[in-house]
Design a protein around this ligand. Structure first.
Ligand code: FES
Ligand code: FES
Length: 189
C-alpha cells in the first residue's frame, strides 16, 4: 500500500509513502518536513506532538497515519491559515492570535512544549470565545512543560481571547482583517 495513502495537511492533499500504521508524527516530520509537531514522550502523555484533526487536538505520536485519511490535519505551520478559514478572514494573518499572545506575554522559555500548547489553546478558543481560568486549566491539563511556563500560558490564552474578540469587533465595524492593538505586556520574569 506504500504510496497510496492520501491525506490533507494544512489545506493541501498529499500522497504519502509510509505504511498505514506509521505514526502520523513521523509522516509529518520525516516525509512532509513539517517541524511544528515534536516528539516528546511518544505515549500521548506530554502533548508536544499535537496537531488538529478536523479541528480537534490530536496526539500525532500515537495516531496511525491511516486514521486521518479523509480528514483535515493542521500543524503549527498551517495554524494561521486554519484560523483565517475558520473566521472567514480576507487575509491569512502572519500568526494565529494564540501565537501572538504567547509572544506578547513572553510565555515561551525553551519552547519545546509550545507546539502543543498553541495547538490546544487554538482549539479551546475556537470553541469558547472567553474561557474562564478553570476552563483554560482544564483544557491545557494534558500539556507538560518542564520549564514551568504554565502561569504565562494562562495569561497568554486570556490575552489571545481578547485579541480575537477585538478582531471580531473591528471586522464587524470596519469589514477589516485582523489587527493587534493591545499593548505588549511588561516583562514579569
Ligand atoms: S510525543 Fe506525543 S504526547 Fe508526547
Ligand atoms: S517552555 Fe520549555 S518545556 Fe515548556
Amino acid at each position: 500500500m506504500a504510496g497510496k495513502l492520501r491525506i490533507r495537511v494544512n489545506g493541501k492533499l498529499r500522497t504519502v509513502a509510509s505504511a498505514p500504521g506509521t505514526p502520523l508524527l513521523y509522516v509529518l516530520s520525516d516525509e512532509l518536513q513539517l517541524q511544528g509537531p515534536r516528539f516528546g514522550c511518544g505515549l500521548a502523555q506530554c502533548g508536544s506532538c499535537s496537531v488538529l484533526v478536523d479541528g480537534r487536538e490530536t496526539r500525532s505520536c500515537v495516531t496511525p497515519v491511516s486514521a486521518v485519511a479523509g480528514k483535515s490535519v493542521t500543524t503549527l505551520e498551517g495554524l494561521p491559515a486554519w484560523y483565517a478559514r475558520e473566521r472567514k478572514l480576507a487575509q491569512v494573518p502572519a500568526l494565529h492570535p494564540v501565537q501572538q499572545a504567547m509572544i506578547d506575554e513572553q510565555a515561551v522559555q525553551c519552547g519545546y512544549c509550545f507546539n502543543g500548547m498553541i495547538i490546544q489553546a487554538a482549539e479551546l478558543l475556537s470553541k469558547h470565545a472567553d474561557p474562564s481560568e478553570a476552563q483554560i486549566r482544564s483544557a491545557m491539563n494534558g500539556h507538560l512543560c518542564r520549564c514551568g511556563s504554565y502561569p504565562r500560558v494562562i495569561r497568554a490564552i486570556r490575552r489571545a481571547a481578547q485579541l480575537m474578540q477585538q478582531s471580531s469587533a473591528e471586522r464587524k465595524k470596519e469589514g477589516a482583517t485582523i489587527g493587534w492593538n493591545l499593548p505588549v505586556a511588561e516583562d514579569r520574569r
